[in-house]
Write a protein that binds this ligand. Sequence first.
Ligand code: ADP
Ligand code: MG
Length: 623
Amino acid sequence: MVRVRRETVVGILVTSLPLLLAALVASLFFPGSGERLVTLFMINVIAVLGIGIYAGNSGIVSFGHVGFMAIGAYASGLLTINPIVQKTALPHLPDWLAGIGMPFLPALAIALLIVAAVAVLIGIPVARLGGSSASIATLGFLVIVHVVLVASGDFTRGSQTFFGIPRAVDLWVALPFAIAAVAIARAYRDSSAGLKLRASREDEIASTAVGVNVRLHRFVAWVVGAVLAGAAGALLAHFLGAFSPKDFYFNLTFVLLAMLILGGITTVSGAVGGTAVIMVIIELLRKLEGGVDLGAIALPTVFGLTDIGIGIAILVVMYRLRDGLFGVRELDERLSWLSRFAAEAKSAPAETPAPAAATAGTLRVDNLGKTFAGLVALEKADFEVRPGLVTGLIGPNGAGKSTLINSVSGIVPPSTGRVMIDGIDVASLPVHAVPAAGLARTFQNIRLFRNLTVLENVTVAASAFKDRVDPRERARQALAEIGLDRFSDRLAGTLSYGAQRRLEIARALALKPRYLLLDEPAAGMNSAETQELMYVLDRIRSKHRLGLLLVEHDLKLIMRLCDVVVVLNKGQQIAIGTPAEIQANPAVVEAYIGRRRSSRQTQPDPLEAGGLMPGAAGLHHPA
Ligand code: ADP
Ligand code: MG
């Protein structure tokens, strides 16, 4: 069951209120032209939200949604067109389509089904794409829709005006649709699906590593957004009564995208606010464009002033406010008194029950290798990570440690070998399915969802698979365990460096993994932060019986923490053993000395950092 949270309801109310007010003001004080303008505003809001559901949450700009508006307009128009007008306007219409003349609402419903069907067909390939290739594909879709409309003269009158559509839409019809669009857009944004898509927008690789099926969620948002755009098109058609294919082409696309981007592409309040601002700019500039006579000075008619004005408005806003007028958080989320009111009573994080007799078994790295275009980054890595134990992974820079972690976690498919958990070859799974097999990881270069809150970052992971615990509750537990609970509502990108590193670990923990791979978790931390982190890691390891695979440069730490140490050098696994055995291993000492001679000093030299040589400070001596 989908449970709508109180924050979402409050957000919908807050965002709908300006729509209601605009409608009331227009109908009370500006009947006629003011009402028409506000009706158009409502329809634009629906269209902009349609684009925003896909573009805002996925981060992929869509040029295609105006194509869905066109389909919605023409499909519904064909169903409602006055039969008498139709005889003259569309004499070649096939019998099954002729003389229908149905009321607006059922026509809208059928038109939306058609839009959804097209969106599903187009969405399957488009959802496989990301970034600018997806944007170009949506542009291609818009052009195709336009060409087909112009070419299908029997149905659409080609590039001529399609007329005779009953004017069934006025302000009070458009308003409930606009409010419904706000509700859908906000509910989607706040839903688990919307959160996952937003996470993929922030960092696609990290999102798949916490179980997000990016393709699926892009597809869902694409279809939902298309249906909203289709509704906007049908409403516009029945508001204007006449239109032609060029009304649903680049001009409209430009204006709608301007509204979305100016307000802030990622929020519902931004979409509504941006639509209002751009419409005001357009109205003012239209007046100027026609020439103004101020008595003493007469401004001449300036062609294209409106478009130039919109362009300048976007430039100015983007220059000052990269995330648009309304930023990356919803209006209600930024009003702290309101969000306190909206927040549901938080129960104190319950203690996580210790995992029920953790299943035996190991993570087996079996003959794993990876070649990048001829460069052998990793060859024949072969070892086990056991539950409850810490396995250290060391080696000079470029030894292949990160490549190993990436291959084990599926981010970089290995060239050879297998990664076995409970008889499953994890390396053969899609990346987003790996966490369900019991494996979580962090990244050497922090990969957080920077524009999501700390709690949202962890909630994405906590909702990777279903269980009875509310994902947000599980996320709060993971944050408490790592000591970050008091930062829950901060944007992740605003945390201190050390806290960001810890947040990555909390996010991985929320996956309830059995094996946790940590790629230099203490990199860049000072020694007090490192000590604290290692203490926390040791605690969660014993509490959850986690199998840790730890890449770390501080050899003193490795020797103290690890039960087993694996040494890589130039992609080769040159040693494996207990810390004592590793310290005494000539090949290991040689590898590190070789590294010192090569004078690549990007990291503290392990030897000088109190490392490998017997007798160095802080070492455990073999008994
Ligand atoms: P480490 O983490 O031990 O410092 P890496 O695993 O990052 O080492 O790198 C091992 C080798 O593989 C290096 O020579 C590096 O340049 C190369 N490498 C890593 N990732 C890629 C990649 N995506 N494409 C090409 N070469 C890579
Ligand atoms: Mg590395």
